[in-house]
Design a protein around this ligand. Structure first.
Ligand SMILES: Cc1ncc(COP(=O)(O)O)c(C=O)c1O
Length: 398
């Protein structure tokens, strides 16, 4: 390290020393350097719905270009409340219980900053969406991890041990972060599993923060169950969602929290001073998007099912052991069949020599060792992108 670098290092917060830059976003940069097919980061390479794009264009043209109300444009908050009533049968007050943020990413960190004091603990199922680790650290909370174990046989589900979950809860626990449908595993938590979490939340007086951004991307007849709909959880849950995945607009940066009024007040304060507000014209377009008819959501899930069923056989043929997802748009795989030291050296080879970018499993675990035999692929891509990836993956066999 140079002398200047040493001098500069003393100015840095110790918090940032405890996490690295996003590995997922780094893999996207690597894909660009190597001209690789990007099956790493979860963004579609196809168009967003025409009516949603048109609504954004019209909002800009009709001069909705200044700050929206800090906690979200009224039209979007009303649309969120309508959608919660229609899909979850929940009555939400858009004036007191909804905060629109810059993506569900900001919604999560604003929630944790609003809730956590130094030393509070937050229970996180792992493997986990990589943002949750740094989010917990930045908010001063200590993460407690509970393992999701891979399916033992084809057709089985990722599971967790009830006793391990119980042991993670105690009197310093402030919240449990739940992500269903789950990234990276594709697990959709069952009612029984959610009830176990619910019972612990009630017993230990803990809030559930549930990231439900993939709620409409589900397969094989499984049902998405929203934590807030369980008995006793309406006033004990912060539900996080956003436009990114359901409407294929990950670059718009519009997400939200739905939380009881006192928690919403605190989230709104943090959100206000972090970002002031989410993009105003895109919030107006979001209000139109949320009212799309049921058929839109059915088609969305069906198209992703086709892509899943297209990618998995190609991965299996190339030598991966695939854990079939029930929801979200990722396939977690086991790479034990390949002779590589770990997931990092494997994904490096994959991006530079094979021409396909994927995410090393270790980035979803607090102890990298636990993910060293796993690699995640995203299938939110056009059929021809998946075809080309499949063609390139064949080279792994030669
Ligand atoms: C589980 C999960 N939550 C949140 C996000 C980010 O969502 P947003 O674009 O709304 O910030 C992602 C993106 O991949 C995700 O997988």
């Amino acid at each position: 390290m140079s002398e200047t670098a040493k001098v500069h290092k003393q100015f840095l917060s110790t918090k940032v020393e405890h996490f690295t830059e996003s590995v997922i976003r780094e893999m996207t940069r690597q894909a660009m350097v190597h001209g690789a097919i990007n099956l790493a980061q979860g963004f579609p390479d196809f168009s967003a719905p025409e009516e949603v794009k048109r609504a954004a264009q019209e909002a800009v043209a009709s001069d909705i270009n200044q700050y929206a109300i800090t906690w979200g444009a009224k039209s979007l908050r009303n649309a969120i409340a309508r959608k919660m009533r229609k899909w979850q049968a929940l009555e939400i007050d858009p004036e007191r219980e909804i905060t629109v943020c810059c993506g569900s990413t900001e919604a999560m960190i604003s929630t944790l900053l609003a809730m956590c004091n130094s030393g509070d603990e937050v229970v996180i199922f792992e493997p986990f969406y990589e943002n949750y680790g740094p989010d917990a650290i930045l908010s001063g909370a200590n993460p407690r991890f509970v393992k999701l174990r891979p399916p033992a046989s084809p057709g089985a589900e990722w599971t967790f041990d009830e006793n391990e979950l119980r042991k993670a809860f105690h009197n310093h626990t402030k919240a449990v972060i739940l992500n269903t449908p789950n990234n990276p595993t594709g697990k959709v938590f069952s009612r029984e599993e959610l009830e176990l979490v619910r019972d612990l939340c009630v017993e230990f007086d803990v809030i559930a923060i549930t990231d439900e951004i993939y709620e409409h991307i589900i397969y094989d007849g499984v049902k998405h169950i929203s934590m807030a709909t369980l008995d006793g959880m309406r006033d004990r849950t912060v539900t996080i969602n956003g436009l990114s995945k359901t409407y294929s607009v990950t670059g718009w940066r519009v997400g939200w929290t739905v939380a009881p009024p006192e928690i919403t007040d605190a989230i709104r304060k943090v959100h206000d001073f972090l970002t002031v507000g989410a993009p105003a014209p895109l919030q107006e377009a979001g209000a139109i998007a949320l009212d799309l008819p049921q058929g839109y959501y059915e088609k969305l899930a069906e198209r992703y099912r086709t892509r899943r069923d297209h990618l998995i056989p190609s991965l299996a043929e190339a030598g991966f052991h695939c854990f079939r997802p029930r929801g979200a748009y990722y396939v977690m795989t086991d790479i034990s069949a390949f002779e590589f030291a770990d997931d990092i050296s494997f994904t490096r080879h994959l991006v530079s020599e094979i021409g396909v970018a994927a995410v090393p499993g270790s980035s979803f675990y607090h102890d990298p060792h636990n993910g060293a035999r796993q690699v995640r692929f995203a299938f939110c891509k056009r059929e021809q992108t998946i075809d080309e990836a499949a063609r390139r993956l064949k080279k792994l066999r030669t």
